[in-house]
Ligand binder design. Structure first.
Ligand code: 5GP
Ligand code: MN
Length: 322
């Protein structure tokens, strides 16, 4: 952590990015860290090519960080948050290659340490949790209370997104400790929960209905669910607002592995994988060039939904036999 903190304290300008299809942990860690770097008088920009899902827009408001538009002039470090794979970074190629260094802060087991400085804690529940403890350390060194209610709210969002509101096994003592300390700072945790989990549009719920109609069991421990382009069109819902739909498949009794197949475009299938107790879905996702965590991973397959389902199901069955 010392090397990382030196790098953050000594740098003057940072461009911050995360993975494509951003979620609460990516946006939460971005906004939390950016606001903190701004308090440390650093020049900071966000570079994200994918749109922020509407249920996370509330995080962008207090951050006041400029989105990077056009070219970057001058020297900067690129901070990659919550991204295990250089190829998945959600910013333009020239932003990646133009950086004087890449700082990789993440918690994915599949992270291959692509940065010049790597702080990868595979035990951490979320990247937001890592950022929280980094900021605490900086506060101590600088004798400055950096973590205010806005920063705390961003990091809390990442924490509860990745732990399923403390439901998953990745919620450990450090996560509960962080939550306890953050709540004492004085955040509106109920409104964050409402924004994240209780603010669905009616059309998104109708989309969920269509998705649930495709729910199928393969044996008694594998469940799949599908989302097609036609469904997104019918309900006029963005294909990035499908967070949580896979949980309905995972949460069926006896199901160990759930897979969601989302048709983003023709022959462009995003696969999400979840496991409940023992299976390692990261290994399965890596067979298709993806990655993630033991309990949650993903990959992209350039084929039809039918073929993608066939390919992934055969790997899932192999994995469960082992
Ligand atoms: P989701 O299913 O929610 O898209 O992703 C589950 C987890 O796997 C997330 O932590 C996400 O970052 C990771 N993940 C999803 N797709 C990919 C991928 O194509 N490559 C890698 N390396 N990780 C992925
Ligand atoms: Mn994460």
């Amino acid at each position: 952590m010392i090397k990382l903190i030196d790098k953050l304290l000594n740098g003057e300008c940072f461009v911050v990015t995360s993975h494509c299809n951003p979620d609460g942990d990516s946006i939460g860690s971005i906004t939390g860290l950016c606001m903190a770097l701004m308090k440390l008088k650093k020049k900071v920009f966000i570079a994200m090519d994918d749109a922020v899902p509407s249920n996370l827009e509330f995080l962008m408001k207090p951050s006041k960080v400029a989105a990077l538009e056009g070219d970057m002039s001058g020297e900067y470090s690129l901070i990659a948050l919550d991204c295990g794979d250089y190829k998945r970074l959600c910013c333009r190629e020239d932003i990646k290659t133009g950086a004087s260094s890449i700082i990789n802060i993440d918690h994915h087991v599949s992270n291959d340490c692509f940065g010049d400085v790597n702080y990868v804690d595979k035990e951490a529940s979320s990247t937001s949790e890592i950022v929280y403890y980094i900021l605490k350390q900086i506060s101590k060194e600088k004798k400055l209370d950096i973590i205010d209610a806005d920063i705390a709210s961003s990091l809390y969002t990442g924490l509860i997104t990745d732990t399923g509101n403390f439901m998953y096994s990745n919620a450990g003592a450090d996560s509960f400790n962080m939550a306890c300390e953050i709540i004492k700072i004085g955040i509106d945790k109920d409104s964050i929960v409402k924004n994240l989990f209780q603010n669905n549009s009616f059309s998104r719920m109708k989309l969920l209905g269509d998705a649930l109609n495709t729910l199928s069991l393969h044996g008694d421990n594998i469940a799949t669910i599908e989302l097609t382009q036609e469904m997104f069109r019918r309900h006029n819902v963005e294909s990035n607002s499908t967070e949580g739909i896979i949980n309905y498949a995972r949460d069926i009794e006896n199901v160990e592995i759930a897979a969601l197949f989302k048709e983003k475009a023709e022959n462009d299938i995003r696969v999400s994988l979840r496991s409940k107790e023992y299976a390692d879905v990261n290994v399965i996702a890596q067979k298709f060039g993806g990655g993630g965590h033991v309990r949650a991973a993903g990959c992209t397959i350039a084929d039809t939904i039918e073929n993608a389902k066939h390919l992934v199901l055969s790997e899932i069955k192999k994995a469960l036999k082992r």
